[in-house]
Write a protein that binds this ligand. Structure first.
Ligand SMILES: Cc1cc2nc3c(=O)[nH]c(=O)nc-3n(C[C@H](O)[C@H](O)[C@H](O)COP(=O)(O)O)c2cc1C
Length: 196
């Protein structure tokens, strides 16, 4: 089934591209790691067949955006329990709040998804009681385009260009593991089998 490194790479790409378009995919919400050691789940929004660029959406005021802006790296961890495949990716990462990618992502997002970015305080800000941070007039409703206007400046895309990929397949007759690396975006992946 996974006889060649090319087959493994194709499998990883198939998992990630499906994860981005199918919310029922087990890899739709991978764990994203930052250089400060913190981890969080994030919805994978896009991945191309070459695994050249992963896109996530986030609040420009969140803690992770500052960490990524400072060190320019991020990692991704995903697991498909039915396929028994674990993927670990790492590479240069950046936050964009303006430009064509952020604009297109904002326009394509639903009103409910965009409503999150109306929160008055930054994610992680202390509050005196449990609250969403959303203005009262938009809580529990679908906001209008006009109501959503102030949210745009809080919206950011997180873009990761993986330069390393670790693929692990769990099997009764013995696990299999492969590692791939490339020098940068647009370069070919170079793979090798490793002992799991
Ligand atoms: C299922 C699930 C999906 C999530 N998706 C996102 C997401 O797409 N973007 C995001 O910024 N946070 C998402 N979160 C929230 C993050 O895990 C995290 O709590 C939040 O972004 C604050 O992280 P930070 O303090 O590291 O910036 C999600 C959480 C869960 C449980």
């Amino acid at each position: 089934m996974f006889a060649t490194l090319d087959a493994v790479l194709a499998d990883a790409a198939a998992h990630l591209t499906r994860a981005a378009r199918d919310r029922k995919s087990p890899m739709h919400v991978p764990v994203v790691g930052t250089g400060d050691g913190d981890l969080r789940m994030m919805v994978l929004r896009a991945c191309d067949p070459e695994i050249g660029l992963l896109r996530f959406h986030t609040d420009a005021r969140s803690a992770k955006t500052a960490t990524i802006a400072a060190d320019g790296m991020a990692s991704v961890l995903a697991f498909d329990p039915d396929a028994k495949i674990q993927l670990r990716l790492r590479g240069p990462a950046r936050i964009e709040t303006t430009g064509p990618v952020a604009d297109a992502a904002w326009t394509a997002a639903s009103e409910y998804a965009r409503r999150c970015y109306l929160a008055v305080g930054a994610p992680g800000s202390p509050t005196d009681q449990p609250r969403s941070g959303l203005p009262e007039e938009v809580e529990g409703i679908r906001p209008s385009e006009e109501q959503l206007l102030p949210a745009r400046e809080n919206f950011a895309v997180l873009l990761i260009e993986p330069t390393s990929l670790d693929w692990l397949y769990l099997a009764h007759d013995g696990h299999r593991r492969a590692q791939f690396a490339r020098s940068g975006a647009g370069q070919d992946w170079q793979g090798t089998w490793v002992i799991p």
